[in-house]
Design a protein around this ligand. Structure first.
Ligand code: GDP
Length: 456
């Protein structure tokens, strides 16, 4: 397991170090639900930005006595930061401009050769943002400060982009979430489709981890494996085995165990939905597809028993894919993997596909990207009227959640259904064309906002 690069925050008392740190931590809390505990305490937090992890450290993270001293002594902060940081975030106050202390630190940081970003905090309005590029910074040895407002959260996304770019240039790139967080996977499908066989084929020769793994909570029936340095946690594997032994029993609804499935899904990131490619798709499977579409879980369709298809040609995969898409239109976003659990063919490909799909749960548009996306979407298609007599205007559009991604769209009319659902689908489709959300459900929540001035 890799460790993420460290970004250390330093700055004089009162420039807003803790506010920025808290803002980053708070945003993580509201953006990411149920993430299996990334490092996060008062002074250290793993920050996820666009699917990558950066460890943020506030120089307050020292013992209390020392801290009081160090808070006063920025030179000491700088020394600490230089020693342990992969990147230093040097906070200054744009209201005050660079004071002698700031200049001294800036020169020291520059000399250290460590990557540094100067951050101009308290740029709460346009006037103050202009201050960050004013003449008072002429003697400033670092790049002009990047204007942000930690209090309002303005510019924080740009700052995270800048941190990412700088870390990449410095050869310490932020780490993919899939490299650090365990991926929680369940295997679902009708009895006899080959779930147990697939699980055995996939996990057969892998290292089975029995010790505790960071960030994981393990239930007795979970199996945790490592593959290429990444951690895969298969949820409720006993459930899969039990189902296999009760083959062909019970009513159809009991067979697929919808209740149990819903329960399992609450603990998962990615579901492997296994089909027997030699059989017609059943009503139960179509029902399960609907359940998955409405869930927070990403989906990979595994079309199993591919070895039993006779006389395959170069178009067979396409032909079968069309059939599956026709029967399971709800899961149009799910990639399909054709496997043979029995021979093991392509079973190992599942790992890479799981990582790719897991990673896509963290695809993230900054506020300005989301805004731009909407401006372009509207040029292609004006918002269509849903219920009600008037055509709605779109007031704002933002990504409000990752893992799984959720967008919030505000309309100016009092009904949230005043925007046609076809239009919401259109937005989802073009979103998928432009960004990688492979296998992952996208939600677009409609809200009413009659006051905002930024209409599209
Ligand atoms: P489960 O009930 O979904 O767990 O299904 P099992 O894994 O128990 O498999 C049901 C039957 O299908 C067994 O006889 C397996 O040997 C067989 N089977 C599973 N996968 C494949 C496959 O890829 N090809 C073939 N030919 N048979 C398979």
């Amino acid at each position: 397991m890799q460790t993420p690069p460290k970004a250390v925050l330093i700055g004089r008392t009162n420039v807003g170090k803790s506010s920025l740190f808290n803002k980053l931590v708070e945003e993580q809390k509201s953006l990411v639900s149920e993430i299996a505990g990334t490092t996060r305490d008062r002074f250290e937090a793993d920050c996820i930005w666009r699917g990558k992890i950066i460890r943020m450290i506030d120089t307050g993270g020292l013992d209390v006595d020392q801290r009081l001293e160090i808070e006063k002594n920025v030179v000491e902060q700088a020394n600490i930061a230089i020693a342990q940081a992969d990147i230093i975030l040097f906070l200054v106050d744009v209201n005050v401009g660079p004071v002698a202390d700031d200049l001294e630190i800036a020169r020291k940081l520059l000399k250290s050769g460590k990557p540094v970003i100067a951050v101009g905090n308290k740029a709460d309005n346009a006037e103050l943002r202009r201050r960050a590029v004013s003449d008072e910074w002429r003697s400033w040895p670092l790049n002009r400060p990047l204007a942000i407002s930690a209090k309002q959260g303005v510019g924080v996304g740009d700052l995270l982009d800048e941190i990412t770019t700088t870390l990449i240039k410095a050869g310490k790139p932020p780490v993919d979430v899939a490299e650090i967080l365990p991926m929680r996977i369940c295997v679902l499908g009708e009895p006899n489709v080959g779930k147990s066989t697939l699980l055995n084929a996939v996990l057969g020769e892998k290292r089975f981890i029995t010790a505790n793994v960071p960030h994981t909570t393990r239930e007795p029936n979970d199996a945790i494996f490592e593959h290429d340095g990444q951690t895969y946690q298969f949820i409720d594997t006993a459930g899969v085995r039990k189902q296999a032994s009760r083959r062909n029993s019970g009513t159809p609804l009991e067979r697929i165990g919808v209740e149990k499935t819903l329960d399992t899904l609450t603990r998962c990131d990615v579901a492997l939905f296994v089909l027997d490619i030699t059989k017609d798709i059943t009503t139960q499977e179509r029902h399960l597809a609907g359940v998955l579409q409405d869930s927070k879980v990403s989906v990979i369709i595994v079309a199993n028993k591919w070895d039993l298809i006779p006389n395959k040609t170069t178009t067979s995969v396409n032909d079968y894919e069309k059939i599956i898409r026709g029967f399971l239109p709800q899961l149009k976003y799910a990639p399909i993997l054709f496997t043979s659990a029995l021979t093991g063919k392509r079973a190992q490909d599942i790992f890479d596909l799981i990582s790719k799909v897991f990673q896509s749960r963290f695809t993230q548009l900054s506020d300005s990207e989301a805004k731009q996306f909407m401006s372009k979407a509207i040029v292609r298609h004006r918002p269509m009227r849903g219920k009600g007599v008037k055509s709605p205007k779109i007031m704002s559009f933002k990504q409000t959640h990752i893992n799984p991604p959720i967008f919030t769209l505000a309309v100016n009319l009092s009904r949230t259904d005043s925007l046609a659902t076809a239009y919401v689908r259109f937005l989802e489709n073009i979103m998928r064309e432009q960004y990688d959300f492979t296998g992952t459900p996208i939600r677009i929540k409609i809200e009413v906002d009659r006051k905002s001035h930024t209409t599209y």
